[in-house]
Every structure is written in C-alpha cells, then in structure tokens.
Design a protein around this ligand. Structure first.
Ligand code: C5P
Length: 398
C-alpha cells in the first residue's frame, strides 16, 4: 500500500450526494498515515454533518471564511500553508465553476487561491452536468492550471441516470493521493544529502555548533525518496525522526561528515549540501574537561574545516551538486559567487535576515540559481518547497 505517512491532506467537501462517501475517504486517508483536516461548504453540510467528519478526522472541521475564532486558531491562510495536498471530494459542478473563475468568496475557494500545495478534484455530478460544455470548459481551464482530476467514474447515479459523473470510491481516491506524491522524477537515481549542524568538540563536554534544525535537509531527503530515488542522508545531530526509506548516516563533526560524504558521493547522481557545516574547529580537543581558571579571558585557536561540497564538486565523475547559501545581505550576488567558487551546478539561496523562514523554522522561501537563471520560490512549508526543488533539480538531471 503506498503511503501517506506525515502528509497533511486538506479535504474539501462540497454539496453533492457523494459527500456521504467523504466520511469513508477520511478513514482511508488516515489509514495510510495522513493527517486530515476537513473544510465543508455550506451546501456540503446539507448532506453530511461536520460532527461526523470531526470525529473521523480527529480535528475541528472548518466551515466559515469569516469566523473570528477560526481565524485566531487556524485561519484560511494558515490552512492553505498547512496542506501538502488539497483534495476536493466530492467536487460539484458549481465548485468547479467557481474554482475556474478564481472566486474567493467562501473558505474553500479562498483557500484554493491562497495555497501553493497541489489541488486535486474528485468530480461528482449528474452525467448531464458533467457533459455540459460549460463544465468541460471549466475543466480545461483548471487542467491548464495543473489542477489534477481524479475521475469521475461511469455507472448508475443517485439521480437514476447512468453515465459519467460518479465520484471515485474512497479507496481509489486515497491510492491516487498517495501516488500524487510519488512523482517518479528521480527513479533509479542515487542521491546523497547532508543535513543539520555539525558539532566541533572543545573538550569531552563542550562543543561549537549552530542552530540548524536539519528540517530542510530531511524534507529534501523525503521528497527525493518520494520521487523514486535511493537516498543517503548524512546528518549531524538533530531532534528529527529518521525519514522512512532513507539510509541515515549519523555523524557529529565536520570531519566525520566530510569522510561520509566523500565515501557515499562517489558514483552518485545528485549531491545536495543542506548541512550547516562549522567552518572552523578547535585546533586542540582537550582530553579532560577544561577547568575554569582565574583569568578573565581565554582563547580558543580554530582551524578551518574542509569544504565538503567543494570536494564533492571536484569528484570525477561529478554528481549534479547543489549547495545552500544562507545570506543576510546581497543574497543573489553572494550566492552566485558561491556557485562559481565551489564549482556547484546550482545554489539554493535563502535570506536569513527575514523572520519566519530559514533556520529552525517550518517554512522557507528561496531562490534557485544555476548558470542559466534564478527562480524564486516564495514562502511555503519546507516539505512542499523540498518537492518543488526536487522537481527543478530532476528536470536538470534529465
Ligand atoms: O561557504 P558556505 O558555508 O556559506 O557554503 C554553504 C554551502 O556549502 C552549503 O551547501 C553547505 O552545506 C556547504 N558547506 C560544506 N562544507 C563546509 C562548509 C559549507 O559542504 N565546510
């Protein structure tokens, strides 16, 4: 069974008799490991109660765009950011028309405008409504915007007619959602990723380190696995659970990360340096705990650590090598310099002077830079950003 572990699915339910199947759909999505939140339109609540969906999803159901309480807890923008996938099932002809027109006058439509997550629709309607040219034109518009259509199926309908317009069964929808994440873009590729901070020992109890959480590197490892790659994740100390189906190589110091990186990068297709590697380490590591002296000042002599990614970029054959540039000023200029100096194929630049993104945060906004162009990826969850970055890199690898 393909997995939805740790995936956040926002299920939009619109007004149609197939809404009764959405309850079963929540269960199927959760069985595959997804965290599910439900949004219902006004009409959907005529067919099934929010209470049922709340009980099954284990989360409050969202119904109103202008609800001060909901906005204080998780408003439409937070929900839009929260989602890895927005699935609207059933999607009525009316909702499809409103989505194609870009309306934002209820919670679900506003959220679809705001989200950077992929949107999938499971249409459900009378066969005449499905075949109507207006509906078909709306679907053409939505397909051109990369909205994914799941179904509909053909068969007998609640209205007594037979034809196209039945919503796919919950199990088929849950499976399609899992497949949505499995892009296959890196099938057969070997990928090595470094992540997290390094710790540079001063004595047996003290070290130099930094605030890197490892979240971006771990998200990239998960996205690469989803895309079909074989992934080695070389990680400094973090508090994150090891991602599924990833070969985790735990390290502590920059030197250990260097040794592991060069060992695993030989012959790989793609290397991503997401680790925040300490530039320097203490020249001497005291074998006993350093005692507090009477002096007011003390000095640590530091020596430079090897540059891991630059060494990987010198390998022959060279993997496609992607580095990060965390900068607090003149972002693009410094990132381009890094690209050239380390002979990288691409650099992912992020502005660490901006609050709410980057180091230790769940969100990031970056610019992807290679020799040809720079592509800006606005603020989004690191998991979504990782998928978008993997897609960009995969296109270049091919
Ligand atoms: O030179 P700077 O540390 O700004 O470069 C950042 C990029 O280089 C990141 O991709 C980081 O993982 C990598 N790096 C490395 N080894 C080092 C220092 C940085 O691989 N010693």
């Amino acid at each position: 069974m393909s997995s939805l572990t740790n995936k956040r699915i926002l299920l939009g339910i619109t007004g149609g008799i197939a809404a009764y199947k959405s309850a079963e759909l929540v269960r199927r999505l959760k069985e595959r490991g997804a965290d599910v939140r439900v949004i219902m339109t006004q009409a959907a609540q005529e067919f099934i109660t929010p209470l049922t969906l709340q009980a099954l999803s284990g989360n409050p159901v969202h119904t109103d765009l202008l609800d001060p309480q909901a906005e204080a807890a998780m408003g439409h923008i937070e929900l839009a950011r929260w989602a890895d996938l927005v699935l609207v099932a059933p999607a009525s002809a009316n909702f499809i028309a409103r989505l194609s027109a870009g309306r934002g006058d209820d919670l679900l439509s506003a959220l679809c405008l705001a989200t950077t997550a992929p949107i999938a629709l499971a249409p459900a309607m009378n066969q005449g409504m499905w075949h109507n040219q207006a509906t078909q034109d709306n679907l053409t518009t939505l397909r051109a915007r990369d909205v994914r259509l799941l179904g509909p199926a053909a068969g007998s309908q609640a209205c007594g007619e037979t034809g196209l317009g039945r919503m796919l069964e919950p199990e088929q929808l849950a499976k399609a959602c899992a497949e949505q994440f499995a892009s296959g873009l890196l099938t057969g590729k070997r990928v090595v990723i470094t992540a997290g901070p390094t710790r540079e020992a001063i004595d047996p109890v003290r070290y130099l380190s930094n605030h890197s959480s490892g979240k971006m590197g771990y998200a990239l490892a998960e996205a690469a696995v989803e895309a079909g790659a074989q992934v080695v994740l070389i990680s400094g100390p973090t508090h994150l659970p090891p991602p599924e189906r990833v070969a985790l190589v735990p390290v502590v110091s920059a030197q250990q990360m260097y040794d592991a990186a060069l060992k695993h990068a030989a012959g790989c297709d793609l290397f991503i340096g997401a680790a925040a590697v300490a530039d320097y380490r203490p020249e001497q590591v005291a074998s006993e705990k350093i005692k507090k002296g009477v002096e007011e000042h003390t000095t640590l002599t530091l020596v430079k650590n090897p540059d891991i990614i630059a060494a990987v970029a010198r390998l022959a054959p060279k993997p496609y090598t992607v580095g990060f540039a965390a900068e607090s000023e003149r972002l693009l200029e410094h990132a381009r310099t890094k690209l050239e100096r380390k002979t990288l194929d691409a650099v992912i630049a992020n502005d660490i002077s901006e609050e709410g993104i980057g180091f230790n945060s769940d969100d990031n906004a970056v610019t992807f830079i290679d020799n040809e162009r720079s592509i800006q990826l606005d603020q989004r969850r690191k998991s979504q950003l990782a998928r978008d970055l993997v897609a960009l890199v995969a296109a270049r690898l091919r």
